[in-house]
Design a protein around this ligand. Structure first.
Ligand code: PLP
Length: 443
């Protein structure tokens, strides 16, 4: 398979052919088993091959798989929106269905801008964000993303929205410590707003716990409360990007519920379809929707496959599974166990710099000194960890850290259904990976 016509992320790399998946395991066509320690891209939250979901998909496909959203609504799409409004943190939210996390954040950006337009404030159209963030790969979503390596090639096309530092205590951008820092990283938002002018700013967007760009960077308590206060003070909407953290991953249904904050817009993706179908959503609070409803009455966004009944029915079944099996609570409990086990690694492997996160979203940042240039660059060190682990039958997710160019990190985020015995196996495989790295590299 040296050359195929399928364009994959790395054109010169060989990928194993997957055969099937069951629970936390994936099997390739050669019969090799992989423990899915990162739910793919933090997506397969309920594990692979769940019969209940497949049954619902079958039944819905037999009824109707697709309708055009401008011609019909459907019971699954209506029920899904009702369910999300019940689950969302505080207040009522309307749901706009899309197909990927990038579309969800783009839609949030557009709704935020439209909200101010409907109120006659035409100039409020910038979306502030943080360095060390990832909100998606399309040009609008990438404009909001403070992910240096993913932005690099497209900088001429992008807006320079990332405007403040991340709440990155392990390598504090201000070289201070919490709590004596008095949350300087949150207060920076106020300085940015004063500099740019609130009259130009529609919203501030943030991942409650930073994923791909920061390997589960978790802010100190009080951070989001401060951010919310600043947004209120300057009349700026708060968009919380829960594409990676949403629907149980961090031990709460929504990660923002770890703090006492109500967002204006919320994005969901990954765990919503849990890998069974492409689906994502933008939730907008009643207060945000009201002026649009009273004004033009049209949301100026959408995609052909938005709100298709097959994906909506699938997501509804996934949500029901998450609730019935109490997966947020389970993620909190299993996460505590996994976190404790990983923390004990730090003594054995001094080149582990930091372990952080909540529930089953755990980041490991490596502190690998580039001894005499003998190590590959930090980013490829991440790739080395990921590749070695996969070779040993464990899947982990690569993440950026540091300033996005000089940090090496991975995310451990198995399906929320993982058992304690499977966590033990994950730990054993990770340990084998690290031991092998030590044998092969001057770390
Ligand atoms: N937002 C966050 C927080 C993400 O982690 C991602 C994907 O990793 C996205 C948005 C983009 O989602 P997608 O890859 O489905 O477009």
């Amino acid at each position: 398979m040296e050359r195929t016509y399928l364009i994959k992320p790395h054109l010169r790399r060989d990928y194993p052919f997957v055969s099937y998946g069951r629970g936390v395991y994936l099997y390739d066509v050669a019969g090799k088993r992989y423990l899915d320690g990162c739910s793919g891209a933090v997506t397969a939250n309920i594990g692979h091959g769940v019969e209940e979901i497949i049954h619902v998909m079958n039944e819905q496909a037999k009824k109707v798989a697709f309708v055009y959203r401008s011609q019909f609504t459907s019971e699954p799409a209506e029920k899904l929106a009702d369910k999300l409004s019940q689950l969302a943190p505080g207040g009522e939210y309307g749901t706009f269905l899309v197909n990927s996390g990038s579309e969800a954040t783009e839609t949030a950006m557009k709704i935020a801008i439209q909200y101010w337009q409907e109120k006659g404030k035409m100039g409020k159209n910038k979306i502030l964000s943080r360095w060390l963030s990832y909100h998606g790969i399309t040009i609008g979503a990438l404009s909001m993303s403070g992910h240096p390596t993913r932005r690099a090639r497209f900088v001429p096309l992008l807006e320079d929205f990332p405007s403040i530092c991340a709440p990155y205590c392990y390598r504090c951008p201000y070289h201070s410590t919490y709590p004596s820092c008095q949350l300087q990283c949150a207060r920076e938002l106020e300085q940015a707003i004063e500099r740019i002018g609130a009259e130009h700013i529609a919203a501030f967007i943030a991942e409650p716990i930073i994923g791909a760009a920061g390997a589960a960077i978790t802010p100190p308590d009080g951070y989001y409360e401060k951010i919310r206060d600043i947004c209120n003070k300057y009349d700026i909407l708060l968009i919380v990007d829960e594409v990676m953290t949403g629907l149980g991953r961090t031990g709460k249904m929504f990660a923002i519920e770890h703090w006492n904050v109500q967002p204006d817009l919320i994005t969901l993706g990954k765990g919503l379809g849990a890998g069974y179908t492409p689906i994502a959503a933008t939730l907008a609070s009643k207060q945000v929707l009201e002026p649009i409803f009273e004004g033009s009455g049209v949301i100026m966004s959408g995609h052909t496959l938005s709100a298709n009944p097959l994906s909506a029915a699938t997501a509804l079944a996934v949500l029901s599974y998450v609730e019935t099996h109490r997966l947020p609570e389970k993620a909190a409990e299993t996460g505590r166990y996994l976190f404790t086990q990983l923390t004990s690694f730090k003594k054995r492997f001094p080149w582990i710099g930091d372990i952080r996160g909540k529930g089953l979203l755990i980041g490991i940042e490596f502190a690998v000194p580039n001894a005499k240039g003998m190590l590959p660059s930090p980013l490829s060190f991440t790739e080395l960890v990921v590749t070695k682990a996969q070779h040993l039958g464990l899947l982990v997710y690569p993440a950026a850290a540091g300033n996005g160019r000089d940090g090496a990190a991975i995310i451990i985020a198995p399906p929320l259904t993982i058992t304690k015995e499977e966590v033990d196996e994950l730990i054993t495989l990770l340990k084998q990976t690290f031991l092998q790295l030590e044998r092969e590299l001057p770390i």
